[in-house]
Design a protein around this ligand. Structure first.
Ligand code: AMP
Ligand code: MG
Length: 479
């Protein structure tokens, strides 16, 4: 389909006026294309040569509309760093409607009703970061929003330092957040909350539509999806950085990518968000915070679902829903097909050993994926080989209890443990070049993002250890 054939629907606008406000995109000056993502275009049935249609840039810039498009921003609340922040909403995101179940949204299109004195803009660096990482997570098998394209401009915005504004067109099957429920709960609009729950079930949990106990089952499934999501983040070494409840998707997706990081050397307490001094959103804390966020969601659903039942479910989350999801992810990373009682201990011991070994998290698992009893490749990548030696003996013993062959294990592990991930230093390099008008590294990283498990000899250098001076970069939210 061409841009002329795409027809948008607006299911969210069937909800009452309190759920959103209409917005008018404010175009950027001298917009230009930075990157187009053909894989996301496929999802909405858009021909990849749409990139050659000059109206594609206009679509992102808000000066060309698709048929059926209605520009609106969504209202939500949320807990930020543990405190209820009142009404937040899409301060700089404008939804255009949905197609094939994907809601199109531009981020950085100017002030909306929810902008709260901010400028409604998004800076080029953070826009490139969101554009690339959402795609990388998707191809790593981690539920995430996606992005269709990104434009830059000559519009300057006040950041420190001053930046040029950009716009990313994001796609998601749902933009409903825990914070959307919180908004209607805290403002005591219980009939609206119920309408939101019905809407969300229809959109993201349709198999529950005719179930009499659908609200409780919906809550239970949000827990299951959140557990899976956070377990996958932990498994791949992804730190979201700002897990406020307004950044938690009710559909269990990674949303609102800001000051994130992929771990370099394994540092359990790594904090990617510069503003997060206490480490509330550190790598180690993500599972705990997911639990805390779910308790906030439970609170906001108390007019719909029996509190006691939700409390029991939340206790299960901590006791086994999350731990089982995590153990499942780690077993796959370790090439363990069976589930044995001592696996939890094996995994905990591994994390301690990785921390002591000062080893790159991704390279460790990729190297382990070729393990054949020869420990030297693993020693070679560790600063402190002794630290992983004892663990490897445990691993040998554990592998002896498997019935799959070494080849089967290696094949499975190579499809689970990525060779290519987008590290912050690579993104920083792509941003520096993009500021000079060279988008080649953005394109290269988009390619790497979509081939995490493949061997790509021409890109071998992107699979190497992070240069020492570029390890553990941190980022701020104000972007
Ligand atoms: P975030 O932490 O980026 O998810 O944003 C938290 C809240 O601040 C959301 O309601 C955003 O829409 C809003 N926000 C962040 N940056 C801006 C901006 N430049 N202009 C308007 N609203 C913003
Ligand atoms: Mg947000």
């Amino acid at each position: 389909m061409t841009l002329d054939d795409l027809k948008l629907e607006n299911p969210y606008l069937c909800l009452d006026a309190e759920f959103y406000s209409t917005s008018t995109p404010e175009p950027l000056d001298d917009p230009y294309l930075i990157s187009f993502n053909p894989k996301a275009a496929e999802r909405i049935g858009l021909d990849t040569d749409a990139v050659n249609d000059s109206r594609f840039v206009s679509l992102l810039n808000g000066t060309f509309s698709l048929e059926g498009s209605r520009a609106y921003s969504m209202c939500y609340a949320g807990h930020q760093f543990g405190h209820f922040a009142g009404r937040l909403g899409d301060g700089r995101a404008i939804n255009l409607g949905s197609i094939n179940g994907w809601h199109l949204q531009t981020k950085g299109s100017g002030e909306t009703l929810y902008a709260r004195m901010a400028d409604g803009r998004a800076a080029l660096p953070s826009s490139i970061r969101e554009y690339l990482m959402s795609e990388a997570l998707f191809h790593l098998g981690i539920p995430s929003t996606r992005a269709l394209g990104i434009i830059g401009s000559k519009t300057k915005i006040l950041r420190s330092p001053i930046e040029y504004a950009a716009i990313v067109m994001r796609l998601s099957p749902s933009w409903v957040r825990f914070g959307t429920f919180e908004y209607f709960h805290y403002f005591k609009a219980h009939d609206k909350l119920k309408a939101l729950a019905e809407y969300t079930i229809k959109e993201s949990y349709p198999h529950l539509l005719d179930d009499e106990d659908r609200f409780f089952k919906f809550f239970s499934e949000v827990l299951a999806r959140t557990a899976k999501l956070v377990a996958l983040w932990q498994g791949v070494g992804f730190v979201h950085g700002v897990m406020n409840t307004d950044n938690m998707s009710i559909a269990g997706l990674t949303i609102d990518l800001g000051p994130y990081a992929m771990l370099d050397d394994f540092r359990y307490g790594f904090i990617s968000n510069k503003s997060d001094r206490a480490g509330r959103y550190s790598y180690a804390e993500q599972p705990n915070v997911s639990y805390w966020n779910l308790t906030m969601l439970a609170k906001s659903l108390s007019s719909l679902i029996d509190d006691k039942r939700m409390e029991e479910k939340l206790a299960d989350y901590g006791a086994f829903i999350y731990p089982n999801a995590y153990a499942g992810v780690m077993r796959q990373k370790l090439g363990l097909f069976k589930s044995l009682d001592n696996d939890k201990m094996l995994i905990e011991q591994l994390l301690r050993s990785l921390q002591d070994a000062y080893v790159d998290y991704t390279i460790f698992f990729r190297t382990l994926s070729r393990y054949d009893g020869d420990k030297s490749p693993l020693y070679d990548i560790s600063m402190n080989p002794v630290a992983i030696d004892a663990w490897l003996s445990l691993y040998d013993e554990r592998l002896s209890k498997e019935t799959h062959t070494q080849v089967q294990r290696q094949e499975a592990m190579l499809k689970t443990n990525p060779k290519y991930i987008l590290k912050n230093y690579m993104l920083e390099e792509a941003i520096i070049l993009a500021k000079r008008g060279d988008f080649s590294l953005v394109e290269t990283l988009l390619t790497l993002a979509s081939h995490p498990y493949d061997e790509l000899p021409e890109y071998e250098h992107f699979a190497k250890e992070t240069p020492e001076e570029h390890k553990n970069l941190t980022f701020s939210c104000s972007s």
